[in-house]
Every structure is written in structure tokens, then in C-alpha cells.
Ligand binder design. Sequence first.
Ligand SMILES: Cc1cc2nc3c(=O)[nH]c(=O)nc-3n(C[C@H](O)[C@H](O)[C@H](O)COP(=O)(O)O)c2cc1C
Length: 203
Amino acid sequence: MRHPPEITPLFDGCCFFIYVKNTRRTGKAARGRFCNYPNLKKEDIMKTLIAYYSRGGATKKAAEGLQKITNGELFEIKGEKNYGNYFTALGVSRKEFSANELPKLVDQVRDFDSYDRILIGFPIWYSKCPQLILSFISQYDFSGKEVYPFCTSGMSGPENAVEQLKKACAGARVHSGLRLNKINEEKVRKWLNGGGQKHGQNT
Ligand SMILES: Cc1cc2nc3c(=O)[nH]c(=O)nc-3n(C[C@H](O)[C@H](O)[C@H](O)COP(=O)(O)O)c2cc1C
């Protein structure tokens, strides 16, 4: 159908709006249709989940910073168990690691399948991710997801945890990890665009 030149931009604008609205809603479908719109940035249509665990608040702060940058949806991973203070957590988590226990969680992400990009955040415990994170991953189908691990820590980098996530998230593309003790928007954008940090670098 041909339109008079003065309404063509309006028509194109409406099509673009409907397209973005639909692809944001359909999640996985976004990737398939993306190739029809080469000028559209992939991040504009990727639906993002920021799932994090935080015992003391540092990772929660990082997750909230990421939420502002990505406009994703936040989900706090909560366990049934209370890890208590720093010293209690050292003992409780050590037992979990030795037993390879998957601690029980109290909540679930609604409509997990609709997300394309999953940012998973956690504090580093004994150079790894807390077992709770593996519990979280075991509950969902990660195939086809773009996974971005981020962490906070005293000084350890995310590299061991990234290897854990690569094994746990079957069928997903697990990107390099980001240590995010302090939010830095430029580094976050580089990380999400496939550049920036390599394993073990910090902000
Ligand atoms: C059980 C436990 C183990 C930890 N192990 C490490 C570690 O191996 N390397 C490190 O740099 N920090 C370690 N830390 C420090 C935390 O990673 C750091 O304080 C983190 O920012 C806490 O995040 P949160 O406030 O979100 O819980 C450990 C803390 C706890 C409680």
C-alpha cells in the first residue's frame, strides 16, 4: 500500500512503536525479528532481569545501580535460611559448599521465559558464588539466554564464579563477569556491549 509522502513518516513511526512494544513483550521472539531492523540497537529490545542475592547490602546497591542503567526488572533472590552476620555466614556457607547443598529459596521469578538478558549478582564467598545462586539457576531453563554475572567482594574477582555459571546455565551464553563494588556507568555499558572488562578486572 502506498501513502502520500506527508503521512509516510507517521506511518513508519507507528510501525516502529508497535514493533518495539510487541518484541519487548514476547522476549525470545525479539531476537528473531531483530534482523529485520538492522538500525535498531539490540539493547533497545532486550528484556532484562537483574536477579541478585545480597547478605549485607553491597550487591543490592550494585543491582539497583544496574537497574537504573538498563531499565531492567529487579528480583531479589532470598533463601529460607538466615546467614546471620559475617562470621556466622562464614560457617554456614562453608558447610553448604562442602555438602554441595542447594539451599531452598522463598520466591520465584514470574514469567522467566520472557526475559532475554539475565544479570545475576552475588557477593563472592570463598572465591565462588554462594550456593544460593546455583539453587536459583537450577529452577529455570536458561537455554538461549544472555547471562551477565556481576559481583561484589573484598578483593576476589568473578572468574571462578563465571566458570560455575557456565556449567550451571545450560544452553546460555555466559559473558565475562563484572566486579561492581562501585557503579561506573561507562564500564557497565561496555560490559553489556561485549567490550570492557575481561576476567578479573574490577571497578
Ligand atoms: C561467607 C563469606 C565469604 C567471603 N569470601 C570472600 C572471598 O573469598 N573473597 C573476597 O574478596 N571477599 C569475600 N567475602 C566478602 C564479600 O564478598 C563482600 O563483603 C561482599 O561485598 C558482600 O556483599 P553483600 O553486602 O551484598 O552481602 C566473603 C564474605 C562472606 C560473608
